[in-house]
Design a protein around this ligand. Structure first.
Ligand code: HEC
Length: 127
């Protein structure tokens, strides 16, 4: 009986393994259990699902902008510079931009004409 319980406990406590990089995932939040993940856990899931974080990707700068946006618009509290640095390092390292996430924007001159654009002024006839 005791053994079975221990085995069950062990099973429950075994984190799900991340497929790509073998970093174990926290079964509760899905965060990669490495580095300062617990700081992120403690500061980033009070208002929304951790999936919002684990599905997101970004450079350090992009993550910083998301944090600034939440601080400005969503009542996210201020972090000390040290904590902010740790959060950003964790996020940028483990949730960096992905190749398959989004294609690069098409250059303007390769875009098809926009049918809803106001009529453009033809260049003035010089003469
Ligand atoms: C005080 C509340 C609060 C906390 C704490 C919070 N967020 Fe958010 N966050 C929000 C709200 C509100 C949204 C918008 C949710 C929505 O669109 O449904 C959001 C959206 C996001 C998004 C999606 C942004 C997008 O462009 O779609 C990400 C990623 C995110 N948060 C990451 C974080 C991270 C990382 C932390 C910790 C540093 C954090 N959040 C902590 C309130 C919070």
């Amino acid at each position: 009986m005791m053994k079975a319980r221990l085995a069950l406990l062990f099973l429950l406590a075994t984190p799900v393994m991340g497929i790509a990089d073998e970093i174990p995932l926290d079964p509760f939040s899905g965060l990669k259990m490495t580095g300062d993940w617990q700081i992120v856990l403690g500061n980033c899931i009070a208002c929304h699902s951790p999936k919002l974080i684990t599905q997101q990707r970004g450079t350090r700068e992009q993550w910083l902008q998301m944090i600034r946006w939440m601080q400005k618009k969503q009542n996210l509290w201020q972090f000390t510079p040290e904590i902010e640095d740790r959060i950003l390092t964790y996020l940028a390292e483990h949730y960096p931009p992905r190749d398959d996430q989004r294609r690069a924007a098409i250059p303007r001159d390769l875009m098809p004409p926009n049918p809803y654009a106001p009529p453009t002024q033809e260049p003035e006839d010089a003469g």
